[in-house]
Write a protein that binds this ligand. Structure first.
Ligand code: NAD
Length: 420
C-alpha cells in the first residue's frame, strides 16, 4: 500500500488508448491483478526502485483518449494473433477491460492526420476546432475521470501515433507567446494541446512518443509554473536501447567508429504510420542524436532506415552494422540483430513512468524528471544518452528518496529471474 491516501487510486490517462501499447498496459495490469502474470520488465517492481513509496499496481485505474473507434477487444484479438497476448489472459481480463472501455473518450485528431483507420467523426470535428476549444474538451474529460472515480491524482501519458513532422514555430519558445497563439487560433500539434490540457488540469505528464508534447520551452515553462513533473520523449525500447548500451564501449576504449548503419523493419500500426515520410522524419531525428552525442562526433556517418513490413506484425526487427577502426588503422565491424515485440517492451516502461511521475508529484518535484532519462531516446532536459550513466542516475535518485527501513513485501532483487 502507498503511504499517501491508500484508499484513493491513481488514474492513468492514456492518449492513444486503443493502440497496441495501451492494450498491453491494460491487459498487463489486469493479468497482474488476476495473478496470471509476473511483473517482468517493470523495473519499479524490483530493487531498488521497488523500495520507493510508489502506487501499487492494483491501485491504478485507466482511462484515455483515442481518435479511432476500434474496440479494445479487437486490438487485443490482433495481439493474440501476433502471439503477444494469450487467450486465457484476454478472457480473464474481460471485466477490467470493459471498465476501461467505458472511460475512453473521443480525442483530438492532429490536423495533418486525415486518413486514420476507423476514424471517430467526433475526433475529426474536435481536431478542426480552435485550439482553446480542443484543450477545454480534453481537460474536461480528464477532470470527469478524476471526479467519477475519486482518484487522488491523474498522470497523463501520451502513447498516440507519431505525428507528422512540423517545423518549430516561434511561439513554442515562450509561454506568453504560446498563450497568445492559442488565443488567435493558430493550429498546433495535438500532442502539445494534450500536454497543455494535462498540465493546466494539474496532471503530471509523460510523453512516450516522438511527438512534441511537453518538450518545447513554452510547455516546460508551464510545467514549472504549475509545479508539476513531466518527462519524455520517445520511449527507448529496442534498437536505440541497445545502441546506447554499446556505443559507450567504443568511446571508452577510444575506438574510432567510422559508420553506424541501422535498419528497422516493423509491421504494426506504428510501422504503417512511419511508412509516411513526414511521420518518419519525427522519429528518425531522435535515433541519430543519441549516437552522435555518446561518440562525441557530430559528423558521424550514421543512418537509420525504417520500413513497414506488414508480415512482421508487432515483431520489430532491427539490424545494425558498426564499422570501426582500431590501433594501426585496423578496420573491424560489429553487427547485431534485434527482434522484439514492440508493445511488450513498451508497456512496462509506461507503467514505470506513470508511477515515477506520480511519486515525483507526491514529493513536490516540478519540471523535467531528469532521472527518467534512461527511458527515452530524446530525454527532455538533455544530459547523457549513455544508458549506464542514465540508469545510475535513476538508482541514485531512488537511493536519495528511499523511505528509511521501508520494506515492501513484494520487492524483488534486481537480477533475480521471475518465474514465467
Ligand atoms: N512500441 C515501442 O516500442 C515504442 C517505442 C517508442 C515510442 N513509441 C511510440 O508510441 C506510440 C504508440 O505506439 P503503438 O505501437 O501503441 O501505436 P498504435 O498505432 O498501435 O496506437 C496509437 C493509437 O493512437 C491513436 N491516435 C492517433 N492520433 C491520436 C490523437 N491525436 N489523439 C489520441 N489518439 C490518437 C490511434 O488511433 C491508435 O489507436 C507511437 O507514437 C510510437 O512511435 C513506441
Amino acid at each position: 500500500l502507498t503511504p499517501h491516501s491508500p484508499h484513493r487510486r491513481l488514474g492513468v490517462w492514456l492518449i492513444g488508448a486503443r493502440g497496441s501499447i495501451s492494450t498491453c498496459v491494460a491487459y498487463g495490469l489486469a493479468g497482474l491483478r488476476e495473478g496470471l502474470l509476473e511483473p517482468v520488465g517493470i523495473a519499479t517492481e524490483y530493487e531498488p526502485l521497488s523500495r520507493l513509496s510508489l502506487a501499487s499496481l492494483d491501485d491504478i485505474a485507466l482511462g484515455g483518449h483515442d481518435v479511432c473507434m476500434r474496440d479494445l477487444s479487437l486490438s487485443a484479438a490482433e495481439l493474440v494473433k501476433h502471439g503477444i497476448l494469450s487467450s486465457d489472459l484476454v478472457a480473464a481480463s474481460a471485466p477490467h477491460i470493459a471498465a476501461f472501455e467505458t472511460r475512453i473518450r473521443a480525442g483530438a485528431l492532429d490536423e495533418p492526420d486525415v486518413g486514420v483507420a476507423d476514424l471517430d467523426p467526433r475526433s475529426a470535428r474536435l481536431g478542426g476546432a480552435p485550439p482553446r476549444e480542443q484543450i477545454a474538451r480534453i481537460a474536461q474529460d480528464i477532470d470527469e475521470f478524476r471526479r467519477e472515480l475519486d482518484l487522488r491524482r491523474v498522470v497523463v501519458v501520451n502513447v498516440a501515433s507519431t505525428e507528422a513532422f512540423r517545423h518549430e514555430l516561434s511561439e513554442w519558445s515562450d509561454l506568453d507567446a504560446f498563450e497568445r497563439a492559442l488565443d488567435t487560433g493558430r493550429s498546433q500539434p495535438a500532442s502539445m494541446l494534450y500536454a497543455y490540457a494535462a498540465l493546466t488540469s494539474g496532471c503530471p505528464y509523460v510523453n512516450f512518443t516522438p511527438n512534441r508534447g511537453s518538450s518545447p520551452a513554452a510547455l516546460r515553462e508551464l510545467a514549472r509554473q504549475k509545479k508539476l513533473p513531466h518527462c519524455g520523449s520517445d520511449g527507448k525500447t529496442g534498437e536505440t536501447l541497445v545502441k546506447t548500451v554499446l556505443a559507450p564501449l567504443f568511446a571508452s576504449r577510444a575506438l574510432r567508429v567510422l559508420a553506424w548503419q541501422g535498419y528497422n523493419m516493423l509491421g504494426n500500426r506504428d510501422g504503417e504510420v512511419l511508412a509516411d515520410v513526414s511521420h518518419r522524419e519525427t522519429k528518425v531525428k531522435n535515433k541519430n542524436e543519441a549516437l552522435r552525442s555518446i561518440l562525441n562526433d557530430e559528423r558521424l556517418h550514421t543512418h537509420v532506415g525504417i520500413d513497414f513490413v506488414p508480415s512482421l506484425q508487432d515483431w520489430k526487427t532491427a539490424w545494425d552494422f558498426i564499422h570501426f577502426e582500431g590501433f594501426l588503422g585496423a578496420k573491424m565491424s560489429l553487427q547485431f540483430t534485434w527482434s522484439g515485440s514492440d508493445s511488450c517492451l513498451a508497456a512496462p516502461l509506461v507503467i514505470d513512468l506513470a508511477r515515477l511521475a506520480d511519486f515525483a508529484a507526491e514529493n513536490g518535484e516540478a519540471g523535467e524528471m531528469l532521472h527518467t532519462a534512461s527511458y527515452f531516446k530524446a530525454p527532455i532536459g538533455g544530459g547523457s544518452h549513455d544508458f549506464h550513466a542514465q540508469f545510475d542516475a535513476l538508482v541514485a535518485y531512488a537511493e536519495r528518496h528511499l523511505a528509511p527501513g521501508r520494506s515492501r513485501g513484494a520487492s524483488r532483487e534486481r537480477g533475480s529471474t521471475p518465474r514465467a
